[in-house]
Ligand binder design. Structure first.
Ligand code: SF4
Ligand code: SF4
Ligand code: SF4
Length: 192
């Protein structure tokens, strides 16, 4: 029992630390986006609650690789050993072996915390926005992995070529001053 509460408080401590660094990185991203779009003050943004993970964010962007990347909402993550966003459904084992990983570019790093918890980090440079992990996470876990157009990468096309083909109308033009529409407790918290 004592061991359990010790585990929980350690897990909470780790989660809070991760959450703080994610907030910082999203804050930095938003600030650079604000600077970049000071002309018209609008940016393209994905509503992760509308996205149906069709995969077109990887193939339809004018940039290659896409300006769309996966973001992980640590507040929603179960830190599962068996992560549907990380492991292929037919994986031989729950290990980090390349053949077991769902991500085609190995952009998700799995870090052991303590039995039975693992933490999943997205390497933005490797992510191509294919949404495979998002679909896996949504169908198996809490849906903590989700897509966003990264404003420090996006060239802010007049007409976003992904928005034109998005089957669920999940991409729209919003004021640059609006926070990223991300999942989790930190959603829409004011920037520092
Ligand atoms: S095109 Fe739309 S539905 Fe498809 S992955 Fe991108 S945001 Fe999601
Ligand atoms: S599965 Fe696709 S969306 Fe997810 S991290 Fe890998 S490249 Fe990015
Ligand atoms: S606005 Fe252009 S660069 Fe940005 S996500 Fe859409 S297609 Fe890609």
């Amino acid at each position: 029992m004592e061991k359990n509460s010790k585990s929980q408080s350690r897990r909470k401590f780790i989660r809070n630390g991760v959450r703080a660094s994610l907030l910082l990185s999203l804050g930095a991203v938003s600030l650079s986006a604000l600077k970049k779009v000071s002309g018209d003050g609008y940016v393209w943004q994905i509503d992760p609650f509308k996205c149906t993970q069709c995969g077109r964010c990887a193939t339809e962007c004018v940039l290659n690789p896409s300006a769309v990347k996966c973001i992980h909402a640590f507040d929603l993550c179960g830190y599962c050993d068996l992560c549907g966003g990380y492991l292929k459904p037919d994986a031989n084992s729950q290990s980090t072996a390349a053949e077991n990983q769902l991500c085609p570019t190995a952009a998700i790093e799995r870090r052991f915390i303590e039995e039975p918890y693992f933490e999943y980090h997205i390497d933005e440079d490797l992510c191509i926005g294919c949404a495979k992990c998002v679909a896996g996470c949504t169908s198996f876990g809490n849906g903590s992995m989700h897509l966003q157009i990264m404003h420090h990468i996006c060239v802010d096309c007049n007409e976003c070529s992904i928005a034109r083909v998005c089957p669920s109308d999940a991409i729209s033009r919003v004021k640059a001053s609006e926070a990223y529409n991300v999942k989790g407790d930190f959603t829409n918290k004011p920037e520092a």
